[in-house]
Design a protein around this ligand. Structure first.
Ligand code: G6P
Length: 643
């Protein structure tokens, strides 16, 4: 019957091509919902604040009060603007949904903000994703007399659900399934109906959605990730693609897929401490996360780096030894900072395990016809585990039967779940949009993996294996000693405040560090910065150098040290301003540079774990000095689920 209805509706599209093939295109926003016995508003607002890192163009909330009236408030800008709007208004109600938005369709405005309400005012819906065929659906609905207030794809979806509900006299959950069967695109949605204030319907495809279950099913929480839920319950269900869940007070969760088949919910116990979500006395999350790094590294290596026994234990190698040993090639796919970590991983794996590694921007990889063989291992590196391009690249690898190996921070995220195996970096929630501790966590995991693999394959000498293990154990303390130089770094950073451009140079293992340093500066201080392998300077960037161009060199005492000194001299000869990260006790660079920052001596292969820290701090202090929003820089989002 359902199929007949769908077909019927499809026919009614009068030749409009409702279904088409492109399944890409996802967006990033945060959604929160609550149903139960408490006041929903404070839970929703607090939840939005925890999700604000996902987007902060506008925010909104819909609540059904005890008289069955639905109040919807929406405001442009941050959640605090929404709070200002709702003061003195009716915010009562024990059921509600809320949203923080990063605009895709339609400019950031109160009208385009979610929740969107259906024509009759009965339904409200929040959505994270993109409905790709929304314009065709809109034409269909307009023919049926529907009118639209906003220019969003989401409003089309809520109208479509209402259309199904009315036309076919269906329950909210069945109408939602019927509507979603017509939708092409990506979504995590939550819908409420003021005529049925005892339920919320949620659904997911390609955008994350977590359900928290209160005691005896007397309350339910929903959110884009576990952060808004964790203070209320640890029992969570991660909805899978094409699933629709009915959350009804006093009843167990009912899940159906889009073919109306019953799905048994898989309840997981999630343990994240709320304390780890707070700023812990620091002015910004980014600074807290930079300072977290010694502890994060220790957490990341715990149980994996056995210092006394001088060995590394990784369950992924124990469980998948044969498959990993026969790998002919690794392909690393990632974006942004994670891609930089991948470049370091390539050098480590090639050096120790003697297996060729390619490092690809996930967004490029997924759209060409890459050669992937079943003997390849494709490593996706992602802090959030939700980056759309990385996930799609991974899916491509899966289709080609390669092994999918995830290096992810967020437990239970989409990439984590799509992995055949992998290693969590375990650095705890990273809230600052500019990634810091996740980068060092990723590099740490790649180091452990490359060492362990090299050892298994017999391609690393016992001496190098053991001495690297020993030195890895020293790195957290050495990071602490870099952090102790923060005041000095802050002074040096001041000299960059008014720069319009900056160059970052490094060689060998420090080349990706230079890229990462430049990215950090761009992201949060809005200064144009480029990273280069230092020897490439003479093939172009040198033309930019004059007395106004700061050049940050990562020139620690390793095999290419002498060569990089020549590069520094070349900048000096053109009056460039030189800031250099050097090894403790360095003399040669100090003589030439305007300022140097010393980091403790370590092995070349581990240098990035130390030299990245001053560059993170430089970017941080420049942004603070410029009075910018460090944790939520303009136009960026933490979890880029948009292609
Ligand atoms: C965004 C973030 C970056 C991050 C990149 C990849 O651009 O702002 O900090 O490096 O996405 O994110 P992922 O979660 O996949 O590591």
């Amino acid at each position: 019957v359902a199929q007949d209805i769908i077909n019927n509706v499809k026919l009614k599209c009068c030749g409009i091509k409702v279904l088409y093939k492109n399944k890409q295109g996802i967006t990033m926003c945060g959604i929160v919902g609550y149903i139960g016995f408490r006041d929903a508003y404070p839970i929703l607002i607090q939840g939005l604040k925890r999700l604000e890192y996902r987007g902060y163009d506008s925010a909104g909330v819909a609540l059904i009060n005890n008289e069955g009236v639905m109040n919807v408030y929406k405001e442009k800008g941050k959640v605090s603007n929404l709070e200002a709007l709702t003061s003195q208004r009716d915010i009562s109600g024990q059921i509600g949904i809320a949203h923080t938005r990063w605009a895709t369709h339609g400019e950031p405005s109160a009208i385009n903000a979610h929740p969107h309400v259906s024509q009759s005012g009965r339904l409200a819906l929040v959505h994270n994703g993109i409905i790709e065929n929304y314009s065709n659906l809109k034409i269909l609905l307009e023919k049926e007399g529907y009118t639209f207030k906003s220019s969003t794809d989401t409003e089309v979806l809520v109208q479509l659900i209402e259309y199904m509900q009315k036309k076919y006299d269906k329950s909210l959950e069945n109408a939602t399934i019927m509507a979603l069967r017509m939708v092409v695109g990506a979504y995590a949605i939550a819908v409420i109906d003021k005529n049925c204030p005892d339920k919320i319907v949620v659904a997911r495809k390609s955008s994350p959605l977590v359900i928290g279950i209160g005691a005896d099913h007397k309350e339910f929480f929903i959110a884009s990730d576990a952060l808004p839920i964790v203070e209320y319950t640890k029992q969570m269900v991660y909805l899978n693609d094409n699933e629709v869940a009915l959350l009804k007070i006093g009843k167990k969760i009912e899940i159906n897929n889009l073919n109306y088949e019953d799905i048994t919910p898989e309840v997981k116990e999630v343990n994240i401490s709320l304390e780890s979500l707070e700023k812990g006395g620091f002015e910004h999350f980014m600074l807290k996360e930079i300072y977290d790094q010694p502890r994060c590294m220790a957490d990341c290596m715990r149980g994996r780096l056995l210092l006394n026994e001088k060995r590394i234990v990784l369950s992924t190698i124990n469980m998948h030894r044969e498959r990993l040993m026969k790998a002919e090639r690794f392909i690393i796919v990632a974006c942004g900072t994670s891609w930089h970590a991948g470049l370091i991983g390539k050098q480590l794996i090639e050096q120790w395990a003697n297996i060729p590694v390619e490092v690809e921007y996930a967004s490029e990889f997924r759209y060409r016809n890459p050669v992937i063989s079943p003997d390849d291992v494709v490593i996706a590196i992602s802090q959030s585990g939700e980056t759309a391009d990385t996930l799609a690249a991974f899916q491509l690898a899966k289709e080609n039967k390669a092994m999918c190996f995830g290096i992810v921070n967020v437990v239970g995220s989409s990439i984590a779940r799509a992995s055949d195996t992998g290693i969590y970096i375990h650095v705890g929630p990273e809230i600052g949009v500019a990634s810091t501790k996740a980068f060092t966590g990723q590099v740490t995991v790649l180091t452990l993996f490359a060492l362990a693999l090299g050892h298994e394959r017999g391609t690393i000498s016992k001496e190098e294996y053991e001495s690297t293990i020993e030195e890895l154990g020293n790195i957290p303390e050495k990071i602490k000693s870099v952090l102790a130089k923060d005041e000095e770094i802050k002074d040096i950073a001041r000299s960059l405040t008014y720069a319009e451009n900056a160059l970052y140079m490094g060689r060998g293992f420090n080349y990706p560090v230079a890229l990462e340093g430049a990215l950090k500066l761009k992201e949060i201080s809005y200064i144009h910065a480029e990273g280069y392998p230092a020897a490439e300077m003479k093939h172009g960037p040198i033309a930019l150098i004059d007395e106004n161009m700061p050049v940050v060199f990562v020139a620690t005492h390793h095999q290419l040290y002498k060569k990089i000194i020549s590069n520094i001299e070349e900048v000096k000869a053109r009056n460039g301003r030189i800031i250099a990260v050097v090894t403790e006790g360095d003399e040669a660079v100090k003589e030439i540079a305007e300022a140097t920052i010393e980091v403790p001596s370590t092995l070349a292969s581990l240098a990035p774990l130390l030299s990245a820290i001053p560059l993170q701090l430089i970017a941080y202090h420049v942004a603070v000095e410029k009075g910018l929003n460090v944790d939520q820089p303009r136009n960026l989002a933490k979890s880029v689920t948009v292609e």
